[in-house]
Design a protein. Sequence first.
Length: 508
Amino acid sequence: MTPSRKSVLPLTATGIVLCLAAAKLLLLMYAGRDYGYLRDELYYLACSRHLAWGYVDQPPLIALIAWIVRFTIGDSMLAIRLLPALAGAGEVVLTALIARDLGGKRLAQFLAALAAAVAPGLLGTHDFLSMNAFEPLFWMGCAWLVIRIAKTGDQKLWIWFGVLAGFGLENKHSMLIFGAGIFAGLILTPQRRVFRSPWIWIGGAIALLIFLPNLLWNIQHHFPFLEEQANIRRSGRDIHLSPLAFFGQEILAMHPLTLPIWLAGLWFYFFTAAGKPFRALGWAWVFTAGVIVTLSPRVYYLFPAFPMLFAAGGVLWEAQAHWRRYVWPIGLAASTLFAAPFAIPVLPPAVYIRYAKALHFDQPAIETHKLGPLPQVYADRFGWEEMTATVAGVYNSLPAKIRPRTAIFGQNYGEAAAIDMFGPKYGLPAAISGHQSYFFWGPRDYTGESVIVMHGEQKDLESKFAEVRKVASVYHPYSMPFEHFDVFYCRGLKWPLKDVWAGVKNWN
C-alpha cells in the first residue's frame, strides 16, 4: 500500500528538522578546537567542587550539571560542551515543534528550525558550558506548554509548566522575567480565564517549591546576586545601550535575514485570527523585552525569547503564496557561512583576525574592558594554562617546608579557577580569591605568612605585607589585555588572614 502524500509530509518535516538539529550539533562540537576553556567554564567547574544551593552570581543548577558531567564523562572541553551542544540541537527541534502546534506544516517548521539553528546569538550561547545554553529550553518549553493548554484545554499541563519554570529559576533568575511576561500576557488576553482553574496555581506552587532552596539560600546570605548587580551598575563595567542600539544589536545577533521572520511572528500573535488564541505569548515577548531594556540591556538576555517568534513567523510565511518564502531560506543558510565565525570559534585565531579585518567587522562589545586582537568571548579562552605554569614556577621554587603554608591568591574567578583546573598537574594547591563565590569558600587554613598574588600592585601589597617581591609576569598575545599582569611573592601579612578576609570581597 502506497502512503498518501498527506501521511508522508509530517515525516518529511521531522526529517528536515532533525537534519538541521544534527548539523548544528556537529558544528558546535567542531568549534573551539584551536581554543581553550572559557573563563566562565573554569568557574562553573570550580563551583561544581563546592556544591551549594546558591552562588553569588547564579543559581545552583549549572554547578550541578558541571558536577554530573565531571563524574560521568570527565572535564575535558569536549565533555563539558556536549550538553550545551545537545541543548542547541534541542532548541532547533523545540522551535519546530512550536511552529507545528501553531498550525505550521513542512515549510513553517523548516523555516523556524533554520532560523533557530543559524541565528548567531543562539549559536554562540550553545558553544560553551553556561546557564545561557539551557535557558532557551526552559523558556520555550514553557511557551510550548502554554500553546498546548490553549489548543487542548488540558489545564493539568500547568503542573509541567511549574516544573519547567522551577528548574528554569534554578538555572537562571531571568526565568522570573519571562514567567512574569506570560502571567501578564494571560491577564491581557481572554486566556485570563485559566486563573479560575486550580491547576495554574498548583503549577505556580510547584515552581516555588523547586525554587525555594535557592530563595532560602539568598535570604540567608542577604541576596548577594542583587548586591553584585548593583556593584556592576556602579562600576560602569557594562556597555550602556539605548533602546535603539539594543534592538539594533538584537537584529544583528539574530541575523538580519531573520528580521522579517520574527517580525512576522509578532504580527502573527497580535494581528491574525490564527494567532489570537496564543496572543499571551506575544505580550510575554514584549513584556520581557521591555523589562530587559529598562533594567539591564545586555543583548543576550533576550535571546531565549526569539524562537517562539521564529516559529510563529514561519507559520505566517508559509501562508503567503510568494516566491520569497522559498528563496529566503536559501539566502539565510548561505549567508550563515560568512556569519558563523563571528558567532562561534570555527576559525583558528590568526585566521579569524585576518577574516574579521578583511570584512571590516568588529563584534559589538558588551563590557568596557580594553580588547586585544580577539573579541572578549574568544580572548577569554586563552592564557589560563600558561598563567598556571608561570605561577607553578614560582610556587615550586619555594623551599619545600614553605610550600604547604603558601596561598595562591587570584584577583578574579578566572585566575583562581584556572589554578584549580590546571594546578594539580603542577603540584599546586587550590587557589583562594575574594571574587564572587570564591569569597564564600574563604581563606581555608592559610594565615597570610606566604602568599603568591596574581595581578597584584606593588604599592598596595607593600601596605599589607612585610615583604613583597615581583617574581614573574603573565602574558598571552590572544588573551584579554587586563589578564597581562605581574605576579608577586609576599611574606608576612600584617594581620591574620581570617581577620581581614571580609576586606577582600569583590562582587562585580
